[in-house]
Write a protein that binds this ligand. Sequence first.
Ligand code: DP6
Length: 357
Amino acid sequence: MAAEKVYRASTTAPVNIAVVKYWGKRDPKLNLPTNSSLSVTLSQADLRTLTTASCSASYSAAEGDSLILNGEPSDVAGARTQACFRELRTRRAALEAADPSLPKLSTMPVHLVSENNFPTAAGLASSAAGFAALVRAIANLYELPASPSELSKIARQGSGSACRSLFGGYVAWRMGSEADGSDSLADQVAEAAHWPDMRALVLVVSAAKKGVSSTSGMQQTVATSGLFQERISKVVPQNMDLMEKAIKERDFPAFAEVTMRDSNSFHATCADTYPPIFYMNDVSKAAIRAVEAINAAAGRTVAAYTFDAGPNAVIYYLEKDTEAVVGTIHNVLGDIDGWKPAAIEGLKSTVSLDEGV
Ligand code: DP6
């Protein structure tokens, strides 16, 4: 008997770092957010997930789908991963029903092998790159004729921020209003080439796993924070408008102010959660002061900090200000007693922006 064929597809997906943050779900099952968000896609040369998807009739049906993440077997039974598999299989099954000559890949177990080139779950949006790569790899395997926006709706169900990693450059996740999530998807606000001198410095303050996961943290915030209502009804809609304008006009001071204000607003709602959630530590706060000092010394805004659900800082700046920003971060954080090792050891190379998958 001829050996059963193994079908295979590989892809990489980039990390994105939000400058207007997603924080809160209006529907936890479909992963529908309480607000729109906007992110910048970072270079895959520095931060990416590489995923290979394969399927074969020879794979054990009893063992089913599987995932090896960074060399270790990882769970695929979770509701979010299952939702992605289900959506992708349904689309493949529709193609197979329309064209009976196609191999019945939708009925075969899928094996995934995935690898990050950065610390997993350290506040570096690994779930974003991870689910974007998973969805894109299986969509390629199934030869689905789906646009990045269509795939973003599937990736969103794996992890909200993952929907933005289907695009490069500057990406918005529109919250949508439909109950079934059909209009909650990502689109590209501008290509990376629109603002090619934008840079991001990733300051790895700690590569340890974060204390409170995004999923549970944001649910506690939605349930207990009064400030959160102000954020989703007023602060974020305004920040989305200002940010899109700043990007279109390549206005760095405006981009920077909205980025820093939105990060501060998000972390304020975390502090207003009961009991409070603190993602930033003393090194994170020193990075904020360092950025303020850099901007004061330059006499204009040349750097912007932002923090996700962890202590690591991402600092946005323009290529021409590399010396002022990167050099000073080294000096300032290096001069603070006790913080030098973490800050300097963790200082990753600057990363440029990426066109996406
Ligand atoms: C602070 O996308 O990780 O990074 O949808 O529950 O998987 P889930 O959450 P996730 O949350 C990211 C939160 C954030 C802000 C952002 O990326 O917009």
